[in-house]
Design a protein around this ligand. Sequence first.
Ligand SMILES: C[S@@+](CC[C@H](N)C(=O)[O-])C[C@H]1O[C@@H](n2cnc3c(N)ncnc32)[C@H](O)[C@@H]1O
Length: 295
Amino acid sequence: MVEAMGLWELYQQAARELSARMPEREASFEAFCLLEKLFGWNKNQVLLHKDQEVSPEQAENLAALLEKRKSGYPLQYLLGSWDFWGYDFQVGEGVLIPRADTETLCEAVLTAAKDFPAPVICDLCSGSGCLPVVYAKELPQARRIYAVELSEAALPYLRANVERHGCENVRIVPEDALRWTPPEPLHIISANPPYLSADEMAQLQKEVSFEPKMALEAPENGLYFYRILSRRCYDWLAEGGFLAFEVGYRQAAAVAELMKKAAYTDIRIIADLCGVERVVSGRKKAAASLSPATV
Ligand SMILES: C[S@@+](CC[C@H](N)C(=O)[O-])C[C@H]1O[C@@H](n2cnc3c(N)ncnc32)[C@H](O)[C@@H]1O
């Protein structure tokens, strides 16, 4: 039985316990997140109500969350939602937690979309739907946005997030991205497929081991999806169409090579904010730039 205490004392205790497994700043951030989950108050509101007494039951609820978190269970799954590109996404066991790294892919797509007046976009391996939802919110001119996801466990999150953000032009496609064929030519394709090798899977941080293996691991040293999709996507693109992949650490050169073999032009490697090569993009040749020999 946990004794009654004040809100501030509860925060301090939570931050202290968490700091055993993470730096103090993170522990403080996470403690505030958990208090917000339980009390519905953000950091400022907690500070305003710091003398408020907390019931033993509330303290016990926090203790249960802390125990799970200290075992390595992801904070985002405990909270049930996470931010991506300023939008809130429902997450939980069975779906990959959207990563800040993936905002590099998102930005590449939003920039490329300026070239098309009413683009038809497809996001493969959509998980929580973070990418197709942001495309729908930021690109109201998009004619349609396909979101392809195979996992039965991830699909309910994808559906819930598309619905809660009111994305009427998103079509959810519950299919294998390696077999599906779009019903119309696409102007833009994005994919953040599983890309970890078996060796990388064996060295995962504890938190990541709670996320679905299907979202993380790929054969062929992590390159399997890129090899197949780079070829298939070329046929799906309209002339001048744009493909962008998120890639894993040290995969950019290999993926660029696969895209070169599949005939893409204007192949670019884009680094994320930490300087890691994170996105590889390319275009299907536009008719106007076809050389006489290939026309
Ligand atoms: C790395 S996660 C990316 C999720 C999301 N796009 C994001 O950035 O957070 C890869 C996703 O691909 C899905 N997936 C794995 N194999 C698939 C396949 N053959 N077809 C469609 N989706 C697949 C997984 O279930 C997972 O949701």
